[in-house]
Design a protein around this ligand. Structure first.
Ligand SMILES: Cc1cc2nc3c(=O)[nH]c(=O)nc-3n(C[C@H](O)[C@H](O)[C@H](O)COP(=O)(O)OP(=O)(O)OC[C@H]3O[C@@H](n4cnc5c(N)ncnc54)[C@H](O)[C@@H]3O)c2cc1C
Length: 264
């Protein structure tokens, strides 16, 4: 099997990259170790920042997001029992965030792939990247019970922090871009009606518990508390509560675990 760009992983990054390459007339093959249902139902993110919304639109994958996503213009921080509304558009020249679940982003991008894009193989696990650093890298993978090789001009690892692609990059050429923030957030998803229409976040752990909130009338609420970030070595979990380590995100989003207003 041969392609220009071999993409490992059909999460949001791999799927969007495949879409962008298709739009640019570059052929690509996506290998995904899990089945389609897993990709479309895996809960993680609920909030799309403006840059993500813009790139999905530009890629021709934003039609349902624009119809069903919930634009969200601010958060409420709480400190010493005082409330401070943070008005995103006023502070950022009109930018905001959109609540639209990762599951929906993946469904939209997966649906476009067979219609307009190149091959997307589910249950195709990349076993190793070979020839990294040469002009003919390849991916050895297992699909439908047998091993095969995808020969590429480029291999892109969108298989997550612990994926095989990261391990294949020789330490001598590896460069890591990371920014560490001194704080993190603990998000809690609760089956109680929200009290406000903004996210609220207590800025001190000495304050009262966070107040349930959601972007519009909803039986589900998300709250988040500031916490001290923990090292990255621990596995993240997609059930019940979520925590964002200080090295990954700058803005508090909603709890990505469980249901969110944008998910079905
Ligand atoms: C609880 C939680 C809440 C979050 N909330 C938000 C939020 O509100 N907003 C936001 O923007 N971000 C949020 N994030 C972060 C967001 O989920 C990630 O940034 C995003 O999922 C990264 O996408 P990705 O495609 O790079 O990797 P992933 O989503 O991890 O996808 C990697 C894919 O690669 C596949 N794969 C792995 N190994 C192989 C292999 N060997 N062969 C083939 N395929 C393989 C996996 O099955 C998977 O489908 C949240 C994360 C968590 C954990």
């Amino acid at each position: 099997m041969r392609t220009t760009v071999g993409i490992i992983g059909a999460g949001p990054a791999g799927l969007l990259l495949a879409r962008l390459l298709h739009n640019a007339g570059i052929d690509a093959v996506v290998l995904e170790s899990r089945d389609r249902a897993h990709v479309e139902q895996r809960q993680r993110a609920g909030v799309l920042e403006q840059g993500t919304v813009d790139v999905l639109r530009a890629a021709g994958a934003g039609e349902r997001m624009d119809r069903e996503g919930l634009r969200h213009d601010g958060i409420e921080l709480r400190f010493d029992r005082r409330r401070q509304h943070i008005d995103f558009p006023a502070l950022t020249g009109g930018r905001s965030v959109t609540v639209y679940a990762r599951t929906e982003v993946c469904k939209d991008l997966v649906a476009l792939q067979p219609k307009e894009g190149g091959p997307l193989l589910f249950e195709a696990e990349a076993l190793a990247v070979e020839g990294a650093g040469t002009d003919r890298p390849s991916v050895r993978f297992r699909h439908e019970g047998r091993e095969d090789v995808l020969v590429c001009d480029y291999v892109v690892g969108c298989d997550g922090f612990r994926g095989v692609a990261r391990r294949a990059i020789p330490a001598s050429v590896s460069r890591v871009f990371e920014r560490t923030y001194p704080l993190g957030w603990l998000g809690i998803l609760a089956d109680v009606p929200p009290r406000t229409t903004s996210w609220s976040t207590p800025a001190t752990t000495a304050g009262p518990p966070c107040c349930p909130c959601a972007p519009r009338p909803s039986p589900v609420s998300t709250s988040r508390c500031r916490r001290t970030p923990t090292p990255r070595s621990g596995a993240t979990s997609g059930s019940g509560t979520s925590s964002s380590g200080g090295s990954r995100r700058t803005t508090p989003g909603p709890c990505g675990a469980g249901r969110s207003p944008g998910s079905r």
